[in-house]
Each structure stands twice: as structure tokens, then as C-alpha cells.
Design a protein around this ligand. Structure first.
Ligand SMILES: [Mn+2]
Length: 348
């Protein structure tokens, strides 16, 4: 088991929202916008191979169906010209005021109906762009205070929603990206474990897996690499959102590795050990740049997240597995701990 190490295949992706103007709940935008295609050209230039989209990142949903189809075809072709492919589509059920009470767990049946219709459209968009992966981040599928929604019924509605999508398209794969809180006080199905329990109760568990985000795990007071290990053990780690998070506060989406190098190392160690990426999974980034960066400086978080990953991958691959095995056997875990940190510091 331990010892023999194979290599993961690491292809990187991010979403256009990762390059933004810096507004936050307390302040206005601080930078000009990057044109969409400038973002895509940046991705190609910096060696990214995948792009992640919300449904309305990919196409203007207010256009007629035929116009949308035309634009989607053009998008797919232009991305291909840049050497980019679409990693996944995520229905965005949290921005529009219509979904203030959530989408598929909203109390109003008309809202739930529209949430499902929009999600089915997101499936069509995914297929038009050549991906079968649908990411569900249940952002507002939770409560601002208890008793506003029935917690049992909400989970049943979550299940019905997933089933309806699985039924709608027999090829798609659904990746749940769970987060315990924010924007809600508390979200239904707050962790990957909750979602995978739900997955087993769907009409086709083989097509339901997870996308683990480092910061979301930290927000649930969980260890990101252990969350990845859990999903790997069940054959369900189909996507990741690498970033970093400084303790329990709002979802920071900091540059991967910038807060805790050891925690970043642990994630890469596991991913590399278990050949992550060999089935086409991407190393997705979900990172925000600091608000103080000017326009020209506002892409560094993406470049450096990838750099941190590649530098730490070198460190991961320099681990002497026999030495590690001996330290495990002798149960000298103080030495093991020191050994790993020496590798990270370049003193091994
Ligand atoms: Mn994310």
C-alpha cells in the first residue's frame, strides 16, 4: 500500500469569476473588468487546460434558445482554438433575487420548479460545450434561521432534485460541492460525507460524486486532505477546488498554499499518490485575489496557486517513502513530522 507511488496527471482549471473587480460585501469594485476573452487568453497562456463555468458565464440566458445555441457553438470552437476545454457547468441558483429563499429547497413550489428548469438548461449547456460534469453548489439551500424550512423535507427535496437531473440526461455526472455555511447561516448537506450519503439514495449512485474545496473543508473544521481521502476511498473524488483559508471565518478563497504550506502539501501528497487526474479530473482552482491589487497585478493569485502546487509537487515527489515507512514502523511520529517540514523548508 504505502511505498509504491504513481504519479497523478495534473491539468489545471479555473472559472472566469476568479478574475474579478474586487467588490465585496463592504466595498465597491476597485478595478476595471477583464474582457471575457482576455481571461480565456490568459488561461491558455499560463498553461491552464480547463475552464469552469456557471450556466450564465457560458451564455446569456435571456437570449432566445436559437441564439444561445449559436453562441454556445461559437464558444466551444473559440475555446478549442485556444486549447481549452470546459470542465463543468454549475447552475447558478443564488444570484437572482428570485432565489432569495433558495432554489430546489425553497418553500415556494414555483421557485423549486424554476430552479429545476434552469438546472436542466444547465445540463443542455454542459452537453453543448462537451462536458458531462454538472457541479451543484447548494449555496442558498439552507436557512437563515431555524424553522423557516423543514430540515427533513429539504433533504428529500434535494434528493428529488438530483434524481430529476439524473433522469433528464442519462450521461451526466453530478458533483456536489458542499460548504457548511455562507451565504446561509446553515446549509443542508454541509459536507461531502452528507452529500455522498444522499448520493447513495439517488436513482443512479454511480453518476453522483463530489468536488472537494479546501476552504469549504476548513470552514467545516475538517482537514481538506482527509476529505479528499474519504472521497478517493469511495471512488468519488471527481473534482477539486484548491485554495486556502485562514481559520473559521468567511469563505476566503485565498491563494492555494498561501496560509498553510503543510496543509497544501498533504493534499498534493494524497492526490499524487492516488493518481488523481488519470480519469480526466482537473486540478481546479477557486481563488480570489486581494482587493488591494491593481488591474495588472490581479492575476497573480491564479499563477501563484498553480506555482505553489507545482513547487510542492516537487517536494512531495522527493519524499523518501522507505524512510517514511521506517518512521511509521518505529512510531517515531515526531521525527516523521519534522522530516516532512524539513522537506517543505528545503532542508532535507
Ligand atoms: Mn468553489
Amino acid at each position: 500500500m504505502w511505498g509504491e507511488k504513481m504519479a497523478g496527471i495534473f491539468r489545471f482549471s479555473f472559472g472566469p469569476w476568479n478574475i474579478h473587480e474586487g467588490e465585496d460585501p463592504f466595498g465597491l469594485p476597485v478595478r476595471e473588468s477583464f474582457d471575457f476573452w482576455k481571461k480565456m487568453e490568459f488561461a491558455a497562456r499560463e498553461g491552464f487546460e480547463g475552464i469552469q463555468f456557471h450556466d450564465d458565464d457560458a451564455v446569456d440566458l435571456s437570449l432566445s434558445f436559437s441564439e444561445q445555441e449559436r453562441n454556445l457553438n461559437e464558444l466551444r470552437e473559440r475555446l478549442a482554438d485556444l486549447g481549452l476545454e470546459v470542465e463543468f457547468i454549475a447552475p447558478r441558483l443564488w444570484v437572482d433575487p428570485f432565489y432569495a429563499d433558495g432554489g430546489f429547497t425553497a418553500n415556494d413550489p414555483k421557485v423549486r420548479e424554476k430552479a429545476l428548469a434552469r438546472s436542466k438548461r444547465a445540463v443542455d449547456i454542459a452537453r453543448a460545450l462537451g462536458t458531462e460534469r454538472i457541479v451543484i453548489w447548494p449555496a442558498r439551500e439552507g436557512t437563515y434561521c431555524r424553522e423557516t424550512k423543514d430540515a427533513k423535507l429539504a433533504v428529500e427535496r434535494f434528493l428529488e432534485y438530483i434524481n430529476a437531473l439524473l433522469e433528464y440526461d442519462k450521461e451526466i455526472k453530478i458533483l456536489g460541492e458542499m460548504k457548511p455555511n455562507e451565504p446561509m447561516d446553515s446549509c443542508f448537506s454541509p459536507t461531502a460525507g452528507h452529500f455522498l450519503a444522499l448520493a447513495e439514495n439517488t436513482i443512479d449512485p454511480s453518476r453522483v460524486g463530489v468536488l472537494i474545496e479546501s476552504a469549504h473543508a476548513v470552514l467545516a473544521n475538517l482537514e481538506p486532505s482527509d476529505e479528499m481521502g474519504f472521497a478517493l476511498a469511495l471512488g468519488k473524488l471527481w473534482g477539486i477546488h484548491l485554495n486556502d483559508q485562514n481559520n473559521l471565518k468567511f469563505d476566503q478563497d485565498k491563494t492555494f498554499g498561501s496560509v498553510n504550506l503543510r496543509r497544501a502539501f498533504s493534499q498534493i501528497y494524497l492526490l499524487d499518490k492516488y493518481n488523481y487526474g488519470q480519469n480526466g479530473e482537473y486540478v481546479g482552482l477557486d481563488v480570489k485575489v486581494m482587493r488591494t491589487q491593481n488591474f495588472e497585478q490581479s492575476l497573480k493569485h491564479l499563477i501563484y496557486s498553480k506555482e505553489y502546487f507545482l513547487m510542492l509537487l516537487d517536494k512531495v515527489r522527493s519524499v523518501d517513502e522507505n524512510k517514511l515507512e521506517q518512521l511509521r514502523a518505529s512510531r517515531d511520529y515526531e521525527e516523521l513530522d519534522f522530516y516532512i517540514n524539513k522537506i517543505i523548508l528545503g532542508y532535507d
